[in-house]
Design a protein around this ligand. Structure first.
Ligand SMILES: Nc1nc(=O)c2c([nH]1)NC[C@@H]1CN(c3ccc(C(=O)N[C@@H](CCC(=O)O)C(=O)O)cc3)CN21
Ligand SMILES: CC(C)C(=O)C(=O)O
Ligand SMILES: [Mg+2]
Length: 283
């Protein structure tokens, strides 16, 4: 792969090199110590996983956002463990180097540390995940402690936590004013409980930067400004497959919707005109 030119003129930020070793959580911590920022993307299937892995993205997240971005639900709430595990398996089979991070969906970890362990173990045994992510605040400390003690790396997702959107009153920035210190304290508590990273969603940039300085583990921001150690976006957002109004924190790097729309129109036009298949496609 590495000897091939990047298709469509793109220059990879990181040269593809399939011989490179698997990304480990220790590497992410070392990158923080060296001040090297890194990118995370969601992936839900084989070709996106392989493509992002070859581009050198060190962490691939199978998000519970598959609920809206794969299964067509309006929110992340309905997606189940049984729906997510096959997607995790597709991604883990297809990425040679990236660390495979699986979201625990709504309802699969909140009631107890035991429930969190049972669910996380399924994601690892059946899905091939290397680590899991869960949403919440200090009430999730037992879950983080138990997973860590059991040898399951866990990332804590704080700030705007989409699984709690109804409790939070919709898609709203979190951690303004007095709430800022609470988020800093929560992140420190998660680090002490053994979390390997903190995901910070929709929090003022200056608050996310304070959290990032307060902990020794990497922070991954989405809508949390430029002060985090890493950044994540949902791939259909950053690649322009999803259309319509996008959250303010999204930057669109491609027009995949436009490319696919054009391809579908051209294919249909060829079929309707009788010009596809041609002799070269015919046995
Ligand atoms: N495609 C997709 N992208 C995401 O980033 C994403 C998902 N799905 N699904 C799960 C959660 C839900 N997330 C969301 C969804 C909507 C907004 C949103 O509409 N934000 C507005 C309002 C912010 C405000 O006014 O406070 C924005 O303009 O950013 C933000 C995060 C992030 N996650
Ligand atoms: C938006 C990211 C952080 C996420 O949790 C997801 O994709 O589910
Ligand atoms: Mg999620």
């Amino acid at each position: 792969m590495s000897e091939q030119p990047a298709p469509y003129g793109g220059t990879p930020a990181v040269e593809a090199d399939e011989s490179r070793e698997r990304v480990r959580i220790g590497h992410l911590r070392e990158m923080k110590q060296r001040g090297e920022k890194w990118a995370m993307l969601t992936a839900y299937d084989m070709y996106t996983a392989a493509t992002f892995d070859q581009a050198g993205i060190p962490v691939l997240l199978i998000g519970d956002s598959a609920s809206n971005n794969v299964y067509g639900n309006e929110t992340s709430l309905p997606v189940t463990v049984d729906e997510l595990i096959p997607l995790v398996r597709a991604v883990s089979r297809s990425a040679r180097r990236a660390l495979i991070l699986a979201d625990l969906p709504f309802g699969s970890y909140q009631t107890s540390a035991e429930q969190a362990f049972t669910t996380a173990a399924r994601f690892m045994k059946e899905g091939g995940a290397h680590a899991v992510k869960l949403e919440g605040g200090l009430e999730m400390l037992p879950q983080v402690e138990t997973l860590t003690r059991s040898g399951i790396p866990v990332m804590a997702h704080i700030g705007f936590t989409p699984q709690a959107e109804h409790a939070l009153g919709g898609y709203r920035v979190q951690g303004r004013g007095e709430e800022a210190q609470r988020l800093v304290d929560t992140a420190i508590a998660f680090e002490r409980a053994g979390a390997f990273g903190i995901l910070i969603e929709m929090v003022p940039g200056e608050v996310a930067a304070r959290i990032t300085e307060a902990v020794g583990i990497p922070t991954v921001g989405i809508g949390a400004g430029n002060g985090c150690d890493a950044q994540v976006l949902v791939w259909q957002d950053m690649a322009g497959l999803r259309t319509g109004r996008l959250p303010r924190f999204v930057k669109q790097y491609a027009d995949v919707h436009g490319v696919l729309h054009r391809a579908a129109l051209d294919f249909a036009a060829d079929v309707e005109a009788g010009t596809f298949p041609g002799p070269e496609h015919t046995f």
